[in-house]
Design a protein around this ligand. Structure first.
Ligand SMILES: NC(=O)c1ccc[n+]([C@@H]2O[C@H](COP(=O)([O-])OP(=O)(O)OC[C@H]3O[C@@H](n4cnc5c(N)ncnc54)[C@H](O)[C@@H]3O)[C@@H](O)[C@H]2O)c1
Length: 285
């Protein structure tokens, strides 16, 4: 029987999760409150599949089949049939808790309730749905989802073994490599990555070197595909600042995790990276 899942949020991550699942033979209900975002996601899905056919990664028939597995909805239209609901909506605790409340009451009692959050506590989200907490889990995909192999799977103390096993199974079915971690601020990926990015801002702020030199040294010396400051622009400087604040509040050590003044300055000036055309680097030309 074909598996059916719902993906809530049709932005950068949700649309990527949807096309990855649909390409792997899973039926997906792509949900968003915004019709504009649903239209944008559909456009992205069509474009991605077309490119995959051109590059001979799939046949036209396979691309047509993948697209036909997706429905685009402003409500949880296929909730009753879904075995998984993956929330990938805006990174805001109140919005997520509201969506999880709706998921817990609308989806079947054996449906896994996963979140793609990069920094919000899985334990806190679980607490907000009471008895359904054993079905709540973090399913942290990476950007761009169709390309990046990892799913960081985050269990809270309430997450059941069955929830963990089914999440690992779905990740593998989607062609990903799941690796499990416990629920702590920043999980593993952002706890290790973000302080490094923050330190690159400190090195720039202290006049150790300019952005090109810092990125060049880290790229060539550490075999990174891109330097930490360019990666910060790609992630979004506001997102980097917010994740540092989560580490700062959650882990103590104020000097170690406080966001660098240079990073905060750019965010406050509205220079958020690629998405605004300017961050550490200028992308307008
Ligand atoms: N962007 C990244 O690189 C990245 C990487 C890993 C994880 N994440 C996480 O993934 C999640 C989504 O991030 P994104 O970058 O895709 O954000 P985004 O802003 O591109 O998309 C968020 C989407 O959520 C929708 N939304 C808001 N409220 C909703 C609701 N009540 N119901 C349904 N949809 C709703 C918005 O309309 C929007 O389409 C966040 O939790 C973020 O932390 C992001």
């Amino acid at each position: 029987m074909t598996q059916i899942i719902s993906v809530i949020g049709a932005g950068t991550m949700g649309s990527g999760i949807t096309i990855t699942a649909a390409s792997a033979g899973i039926e997906v209900c792509q949900v968003d409150v915004s019709q504009e975002q649903l239209d944008r996601a559909k456009f992205y899905h069509e474009k991605t599949l077309k490119r995959n056919v051109e590059k001979e990664r799939m046949t036209q028939d396979e691309a047509d089949a993948a697209l036909s597995r997706i429905c685009y909805c402003q409500d949880h239209a296929r909730a009753s049939e879904s075995s998984f609901a993956i929330e990938a909506a805006t990174e805001n605790s109140e919005i997520k808790k509201k969506i999880f409340g709706a998921m817990a009451s609308t989806y079947p009692s054996n449906c896994i309730l996963a979140t793609n959050t990069s920094s919000i506590s899985i334990t806190e989200i679980g607490k907000s749905v009471g008895e359904a907490a054993d079905r709540v889990i973090g399913m942290h995909f990476f950007n761009p989802v169709p390309v990046m192999k990892l799913v960081e799977v985050i269990k809270s103390p309430s997450t059941s073994k069955e929830t963990l096993a089914r999440t690992i199974e779905l990740s593998e079915q989607m062609g990903k490599t799941p690796i499990a971690a416990n629920d702590h601020p920043g999980f593993v990926s952002n706890r290790v990555l973000m302080p490094m990015i923050n330190e690159a801002f400190h090195a720039w702020n202290d006049g150790v070197a300019g952005p090109d030199e810092i990125d060049g040294i880290m790229k060539l010396g550490c075999a990174f595909p891109m330097g930490p400051l360019r990666l910060a622009d790609l992630i979004g400087l506001d997102v980097c600042r917010d994740i540092m604040l989560v580490l700062h509040e959650g882990l103590g050590h104020p000097d170690k995790y406080a966001p660098c003044a240079k990073l905060v300055e750019l965010v406050e000036a509205g220079h958020l990276g690629n998405k605004t055309g300017r961050g550490v680097y200028d992308y307008t030309s």
